[in-house]
Ligand binder design. Sequence first.
Ligand code: SAH
Length: 220
Amino acid sequence: MGKVRGSIAGIGMTSARTRDRLVERLRAHGIHSEAVLHQIRNVPRHLFVDEALASRAYEDTALPIGHGQTISQPYVVAKMTEALVDGFDCEKVLEIGTGCGYQTAVLASLVKKVYSVERIPELLRKTRRRLRDLDIYNVQFRPGDGWEGWPKYAPYDGIIVAAAATVVPEKLLEQLAPGGRLVMPVGAPGYQELMLVERHHDHFEQRSLGGVSFVPLVKG
Ligand code: SAH
């Protein structure tokens, strides 16, 4: 009792202490939602990257996941998630850019249902299996172009876009419910502003949450 056994997930660079350090770092950088911090601590990020990179999984940095794509930096995942769910009953979320599914996993237990769109089928195949292995079942995936959103299940309380463009896609704004929130990096390649857009009755209100750098939201 009291002592954690040395399972693969519990040793070395993936230990509880390593995860705690990451959480404390995010807290120091202004993440305040305990629910979000809890998820960052809980989701085993080392299972979302190649084994060769597992020892760096709890560093606050983006890492390659193949196909020229990256797993987002934990701080950015936490910031985007907090912007969506903090003080807001966000039940139905559309995610664009599933990638390895780390953001999806962080989000999944904070909302009722996640609809997630990814344009690279090979990534999606692996991600589907990974989330099932982690017993995450409230996510529906779809290979496709995120510029189109996913009209079938619209409107969404929240929309989270993990790839950058110079504008917020019109279709995504259309699929956002009144009172809903969208978070997305907007700007040129290399540097973007993380924008939070809120839909009111007759207008959209937006503000920047700070500078970020994302891979591009590819057209088509
Ligand atoms: N959400 C991931 C980060 C993914 S990186 C995480 O948690 O770490 C961005 C992802 O967006 C990549 O997998 C890329 O293939 C995908 N993407 C880029 N353009 C897209 C588009 N138009 N539609 C859907 N997905 C797109």
